[in-house]
Design a protein around this ligand. Structure first.
Ligand code: DUC
Ligand code: ZN
Ligand code: ZN
Ligand code: ZN
Length: 460
């Protein structure tokens, strides 16, 4: 099967030209102006943008968490991602403390295999680093293609590891050619503040926000960068939200250290005024919480300064009933919100259409950099001969709005209800197949493939 996409505006992290793109089988075989090739199918992309399928390197599908499971399965979550132009996701495997890494890997593979609609990979979250788990890392990197290892510096008692384990884990991951990523907030400080507010009878979602002030993230981001620098391990900070944390990374650059930074679409577009809505604010209870307008400005600037390389989602949806588990106590509200479907359209609408970022930057942030950082480039994250034909055909002028009534995520509310967007994913191709055609998904569960990733260099 071959497809010729004609007369589109073709954009990657570095290219921007009007032309054609030729696909044979699962791969891109040529791109250029006026390609004279015969194809089984032609798609007219005049007036449309043509860019690489998105990579969301931070999602939580069917994740056991806070006494429940996040509500998108591999099937519903990766399908919703495809509707929004995201063709690959990286999910987090959570090791259970006291158990092996491979046990968790097998459990997650079992949920994903035969169910994912889009392509996927895993990060391994090491929640209990010891001599046994240390020995598993080599096989995960070399045999399974899992080359990134997550550490939680918060969520005491379930996920958090201490600095001793963190140092040991970085040392081993560096040795094996991998990358460490961190949920960088100070778990001890947060624990203290949560307990204090609860003692004072302050139990509404607002106190979730107040129990994770900026300093908790700034301190942990700096500490993570410092230890990474000492061990020499390539490092990536997930879901950065604020000025204080980004300044810690700015400091790291002064000693010529490269720490990668991800922010999420919600931290660029929503702010903490949403915690003023009584229990309805539970919709935006996530960790870290939404921040201030000044932090949004810092993050947008950080994208253009090259200090923030990736825009992800931390997609971790829960039904309203699940959120109500914390109606009497903010610390029992499952943390997370639905976002996987709208990352690309929101970043286009709020970023490109409003003149905040360029089109090349938009591609870098939605796919190119994640592919490079996490060992998938040039298979994913670009449009070049030999790359997987993961492609979005995007109508930059089309207006539409977000609503839980029409989204495809398995969640009964939207964090962006009623938002008006400019620009829509019209067709999406995954490995040479049209998988989304307007409002239709043309493939079934099981279509998604596991992506074995390469070792990482820590450079992009
Ligand atoms: N933050 C969330 O909001 N949800 C899942 C995990 C996390 O760190
Ligand atoms: Zn076990
Ligand atoms: Zn996190
Ligand atoms: Zn997360």
């Amino acid at each position: 099967m071959s497809i010729l996409i004609k007369n589109g505006r073709i954009i990657t992290s570095t290219l921007d030209f009007e032309g054609d793109l030729f696909i044979e089988g699962e791969k891109i075989s040529a791109l250029g102006k006026n390609l004279s090739v015969k194809a089984d199918q032609e798609i007219d992309a005049s007036g449309k943008l043509v860019f690489p399928g998105g990579i969301d390197p931070h999602v939580h599908l069917e994740m056991p968490f806070m006494g429940t499971f996040s509500s998108d399965t591999y099937e519903t979550g990766t399908r919703a991602a495809l509707f929004g132009g995201t063709t690959s996701v990286i999910d987090f495997i959570l090791q259970k403390q006291g158990h092996s890494l491979y046990e968790a890997f097998n459990e997650w593979s079992g949920r994903a295999t035969g169910n994912a609609v889009g392509d996927y990979s895993f990060h391994m979250a090491v929640t209990d680093f010891n001599e046994d788990t240390r020995k598993e890392i080599e096989a995960l990197v070399n045999q399974e293609g899992i080359t990134s290892f997550k550490m939680f510096m918060a969520y005491k008692g379930a996920l958090m590891i201490d600095d001793r384990q963190l140092t040991g884990l970085m040392t081993e991951v560096k040795k094996q050619g991998g990358m460490v990523t961190a949920h960088a907030t100070n778990g001890e400080m947060i624990d203290f503040l949560v307990a204090k507010f609860k003692e004072e009878g302050k139990l509404s979602p607002l106190y979730h926000y107040l129990s994770q002030p900026e300093v908790t993230e700034a301190e942990a981001s700096g500490r993570f960068a410092d230890i990474a620098n000492y061990t020499g391990c390539p490092a990536y900070i997930v879901h950065m939200t604020c000025e204080g944390a980004l300044n810690a990374v700015r400091n790291a650059t002064r000693r010529n250290q490269n720490v990668f930074v991800e922010t999420c679409i919600q931290y660029l577009t929503l702010d903490a005024s949403l915690y003023d809505k009584g229990f309805e604010s539970a919709k935006w209870v996530m960790s870290p919480p939404l921040r201030e307008k000044k932090d949004q400005q810092t993050l947008w600037a950080g994208l253009n300064q090259g200090l923030v390389q990736v825009v992800a989602t931390d997609h971790c949806p829960f039904f309203w009933k699940q959120k109500e588990m914390g109606s009497e106590d903010f610390s029992k509200i499952p943390n997370g919100h639905p976002a996987i479907e709208h990352r690309i359209e929101l970043l286009y609408s709020e970023g490109v259409a409003k003149g905040k970022i360029s089109l090349n930057k938009f591609v870098e942030l939605t796919s190119g950099n994640a592919a490079k950082i996490f060992g998938m480039f040039p298979q994913k994250g670009t449009l070049s001969p030999g790359s997987d034909a993961d492609i979005v055909i995007f109508d930059p002028l089309k207006k539409h709005s977000i609503s839980a009534k029409t989204h495809h995520m398995n969640c009964d509310y939207s964090a962006y209800e009623g938002w008006e967007l400019t620009g829509k994913c019209e067709k999406v191709l995954l490995r040479g197949k049209v998988v989304i055609d307007d409002n239709l998904c043309l493939v079934e569960k099981g279509n998604g493939k596991f992506i074995k990733r390469n070792k990482v260099s820590g450079k992009i």
